[in-house]
Every structure is written in C-alpha cells, then in structure tokens.
Design a protein around this ligand. Structure first.
Ligand code: PHE
Length: 363
C-alpha cells in the first residue's frame, strides 16, 4: 500500500509541475490523467488489492486524488486564455469539458442550428386518412402499375375497343414494344385497372381499397391536371347490395367530414358498374346555401360508384349469379380541396414550400 501512496504523491507532483501552452497539450494532459485509460483510472483499479479494513480510508485517498487531477486540469485549462467567457463561467460546462474532453474553445451553451423538419404533402395526408377509414371497415390495400395495358384499364372493365365510353377519358398511349400478344400500353386513366389486377389473382370475398396516381390528357389549369390521384374501392361477396354501398360510403363521409354532412346519390353511367351512381355531399364551404365551390347548388360531387357489372365479374371467372359487388372511385385532390379549401390543382405539384408547409396531420 505504501508503494501506491508514493505513486499517487508522485503523480500529484507531476501534475502540479505540468505546464501547457496550447489546447493540444491540454488534451494530452487530459488523456494521460483523466482519460478512460488514464492514470487516475489505473490507480482506482488498484482498489481491489486493498485489504478490506483499509478500503474506507484508501477510498478517501483515491477520491481526493481524482478531485486533485480534475481541479488541476481546470486550472491549466483556464490558464490557456479564454476566448469564450460564457463557457468558462458556466460551472456545469467546465466540469463537462474536463471529464468528457470537449473542445474548450467552443461555446456549448449557444443554441444549435435549427434542423429543418419536413411536412407531409396534403395529398398524402388525405390519402392516408381515406385509407385508414376504409381499413377500419376491413378493407385491405391493393396496388397496381401506373403503366398499364389496354386490357386491365379498359377491356376487362367492360369497355371493348370500339366502345364510345372510351372517349370519356383522354388517354396517354405509350410507344412500348409490344412484347405480350400485341397489347397496347398506356398510362392508367383510373384506378379501376387495379380492380382488374385484384380479381385476376383473388377470389371472393374481396374487399380492397386501391390508392394511386392516374393520368389523363388534359390541359393543365386550376381545375384540371394531366395527373391526379384516386382511391378505388371494391367489395365482392355473396349478397352484396346497393344498400351496402350506400352505407359504406355514408360511413366514410361522416368519418372524413363530420356528422353534419349530408349525402345524395345521382344516377350515372360507368361501363363497369350497373346500376351506377355519383355521390354528392352537402357543400362544406357554405353549408348548402350556395357558393363558388358548389356552383351555387349546395352540393359537390365527390365520387363515382355502382354495382360491379356482371361482365366484369365474368371476365375473371367469378360467377355473377352467385356473387355481387360494389365499386367506387374518388379523387383525392377533390377531397383535399374540400378539406383544406385549396382552389387550384396546380398548387399540388408546384412544390412551393410556402404552400406545403401549411399542412399538418397525424397520419
Ligand atoms: N373509374 C371511375 C372514374 O375514374 C370511377 C368509378 C370507379 C366509378 C368505380 C364507378 C366504380 O371516373
């Protein structure tokens, strides 16, 4: 033990005599005495050799030695000259710098550079919300390709090549080498193509929701865009009725827009559903009194829907005598417009940070 005591005294004398001229020398001092492999740690390690009855008094000596080393370090540090007085004055910071070896010339108390945090795109927020509402009703998510063939986008959906309803959608056709039986390629004009993809691989009961981007050859303006987003729904099972469709969509609207919103169904036409209906909701902006958004009618259209046409089911070998189904497709931009009162479709793709930063949401 005597030897150890002498060693400690020797180190103390050495530290007392030490002089340093720059930060690098100070750092060397710190590493030598206070570092993880430094002498203070090494001496502390000797504690296990000390007989039990001397442990207490030795513990005291070792602790004093450690405090001595730390105090000497601080002294030397202060002697270096002080470019950042705030650091030096802050008691906690000096302790930290001595024990963790921080750069003494930095002021750790200065506030940091703010880290820019992104926000989700309003269309993503709304799409996620739509999807989460239908998930609660037991719908699963299905996705399909944006570059589609003629069959999945039109043919399977009961629009043969010469069907006049193909004019309803201006299509971007693609010059793609026709590798599979002369198929024509296009950018999908609606997410109904995902219905085809799902029925190709799944048998009823089918309950899916299909979010995705679609394309139409439109001149870009405040009210039309060459691409936009839809969410498709498809439910096929035994005894699915129009009442199920209405109730499902009514639930969706109430969850999305609140309990006071009214809905109405208007007869419509889609080749892939029969009967077909478009659904309007009472205008959220004016509460039904009439405004620009609802063109003074008090109602705004939000989706197309209907009972899946028997031909569509049969296209996929689903027995239309046994199974029925409903389908619907809604525009995400339209719902976002109603939720956030965005009146120009172009804003969604211009990437103006001032616009994008305004939307916050949990999903
Ligand atoms: N695909 C239709 C459209 O893009 C919407 C729709 C989907 C209508 C499903 C009925 C059933 O306008």
């Amino acid at each position: 033990m005597e030897a150890l005591l002498q060693q400690i005294e020797g180190y103390k004398a050495e530290m007392q005599a030490a002089t340093i001229s720059d930060a690098a020398a100070l750092e060397q001092f710190r590493i030598k005495y206070l570092g993880t492999k430094g002498l203070v740690k090494a001496v502390m390690g000797e504690m296990k050799q000390v007989p039990a009855d001397q442990k207490k008094s030795f513990g005291q000596i070792l602790n004093d030695f450690k405090l001595f080393a730390e105090a000497r370090f601080e002294e030397l540090e202060a002697s270096l000259g002080n470019t950042h007085p705030e650091t030096r004055n802050s008691q906690t910071d000096v302790t930290l710098s001595s024990s963790k070896g921080r750069n003494p010339n930095l002021d750790y108390s200065l506030p940091g550079e703010p880290i820019p945090v992104g926000t989700r795109h309003p269309l993503s927020l709304v799409r996620n919300e739509i999807v989460s509402i239908f998930k609660r009703l037991g719908f699963a998510i299905a996705e399909g390709p944006e570059i589609e063939d003629d069959w999945h986008n039109f043919g399977a959906m009961n629009l043969p090549e010469d069907h006049p309803a193909r004019d309803m959608q201006d299509t971007f056709y693609i010059n793609k080498p026709t590798e599979s039986n002369g198929a024509t390629w296009l950018l999908r004009t609606h997410t109904s193509s995902v219905q085809a993809r799902v029925m190709e691989t799944q048998k009823p009961p089918i309950r899916v929701i299909c979010p995705g981007r679609v394309y139409r050859n439109e001149t870009v303006s405040a009210r039309a865009h060459c691409f936009f987003h839809q969410v498709e729904g498809l439910y096929v099972d035994e005894q699915v009725s129009f009442a199920d469709l209405k109730q499902t969509l009514y639930f969706f609207v109430q969850e999305m827009f609140g309990k006071n919103v009214k809905v109405r169904f208007r007869p419509s036409y889609f080749p892939f559903t029969e009967p077909s209906a478009e659904m309007d909701i009472s205008c959220l902006i004016c509460g039904g009194d009439g405004c620009n958004i609802c063109k003074h009618s008090g109602w705004v259209e939000i989706l197309g829907s209907g009972m899946v046409h028997p031909n569509v089911l049969e296209n996929f070998g689903i027995d239309s005598n046994k199974y029925t189904g409903f389908a619907f497709g809604m525009g995400v931009e339209r719902i976002t417009q109603l939720k956030y009162q965005v009146n120009d479709l172009r804003l969604y793709s211009q990437n103006d940070i001032r616009f994008l930063k305004q939307f916050t949401g949990v999903v």
